[in-house]
Design a protein around this ligand. Structure first.
Ligand SMILES: [Zn+2]
Length: 372
């Protein structure tokens, strides 16, 4: 009876501990570099990738059920999540996606894609963002990653456009988003299970030794000369080279290595303090609100299906573009000011507070309105 109670208490403590574990959320910026239009992948494809990696890092991937029970016992809910940034490094609203046409047909792992001087796209501050570059890569390369404590200008992961996400331009067998899951594993300090040496080790206790990288769709159990256990190699681990559909887990040991990067003082701790997932705050842009004297909205609150955008100080803004931005930072409408008073239709907008910004004015002038 006592033993039973002790067991019950200790498992309750474990349960409480795991319930209290903090989910770490990483702001992501995706740089899409394209030469051919099909390489300019859709936002839907990008979002399908985030859904996939978030499932893998929360052990809610539907194919986790394929993991053999003996390995499922050491599998982990990593509790790290990834979201597109909503604020850019200057504190302005963003959808977290940069698109850039390039004259280069393909990219290797020489990091040139991370530099605008080579036709690539410069990293956003890696202490606040996970940078992801999407491009056409040289044959045989589906992606690569920088390790913790690497050159900040080159920090992030590069993924081939057709091995990213689960929809759109994605091509089997790398069509379940596992290239990013694998590369982010490296970005958080994980090695391949065989440590890149024959019969080697990754330094993690609960992953078995492997002869080398597995490819294709191995059958369980896969026993090799350097892996004498009856269960064989853990080829369904995300840090192997198997097809996306054959993968499904990280271990507790791998989780501990990955999460340790976010401890205070550790290499990626600053990402936990990033404000890139907070909508561009009104306090951050308050200093330029004085320039709202140049534009005004009538009536405000907007009660009907449209409002009048009035330029108060003459025609200085005629010819400028404007954007209407919702409180979550999303741009919901854009247009062009043709005269000093312009009627703008917003009947489709949900009730709420919106900004109207002059988007090609240096100081990013804006004013707010309430849609009722
Ligand atoms: Zn790798």
């Amino acid at each position: 009876m006592r033993l039973y109670l002790l067991f019950l208490l200790s498992s309750m403590n474990l349960w409480a501990f795991s319930q209290n574990e903090k989910v770490i959320t990483i702001p992501v910026v995706v740089h899409v570099l394209y030469n051919q239009s099909h390489e300019n992948i859709t936002e839907d494809q990008i979002r399908s990738q985030l859904d996939a990696i978030n499932a893998d890092f929360s052990r809610s991937n539907t194919d986790f059920s394929n993991v053999p029970a003996v390995f499922a016992k050491v599998s982990a809910t990593v509790n790290i999540q990834f979201e597109l940034a909503v604020s850019d490094p200057q504190g302005r609203s963003t959808n977290g996606i940069i698109r850039k046409r390039t004259t280069r047909l393909m990219w290797s792992d020489d990091d040139k894609i991370k530099s605008s001087s080579f036709g690539g796209s410069d990293a956003w501050d890696p202490s606040r963002y996970l940078n992801v570059w999407i491009c056409n890569t040289v044959p045989g390369l589906s992606g690569y990653a920088s390790l913790p404590n690497s050159d900040p200008k080159k920090d992030g992961v590069v993924i081939r456009y057709d091995a990213f996400g689960t929809r759109g331009a994605v091509v089997a067998p790398f069509n379940k988003g596992r290239t990013m899951t694998h590369e982010v594993g490296h970005w958080l300090g994980l090695k391949h299970l065989w440590g890149d040496t024959p019969c080697g080790d990754d330094g993690i206790q609960d992953t078995p030794r492997q002869r080398g990288g597995n490819t294709g769709s191995p059958v369980f159990p896969k026993i090799t000369v350097c892996n004498g256990t009856p269960h064989g190699e853990m080829f369904m681990n995300f840090m192997d080279f198997t097809n996306d559909a054959s993968m499904g887990m990280f271990t507790e040991g791998q989780k501990n290595v990955m999460r340790s990067n976010f401890n205070p003082g550790a290499s990626r701790y600053s990402l936990t303090q990033s404000n890139a997932l907070s909508p561009a705050s009104s306090s951050a842009i308050a200093p330029v609100e004085v320039t709202a004297t140049t534009i005004a909205i009538y009536p405000n609150p907007v009660v009907g299906n449209s409002f009048q955008l009035q330029l108060k100080t003459g025609g200085g803004s005629i010819g400028k573009h404007y954007a209407i931005i919702a409180s979550n930072g999303q741009i919901v409408q854009t247009g062009y000011i043709q005269q000093s008073s312009t009627r703008i239709s917003v009947g489709y907008l949900a009730p709420g507070i919106y900004q109207v910004r002059l988007t090609d004015v240096e100081s990013n002038q804006y004013t707010k309105f309430i849609k009722q």
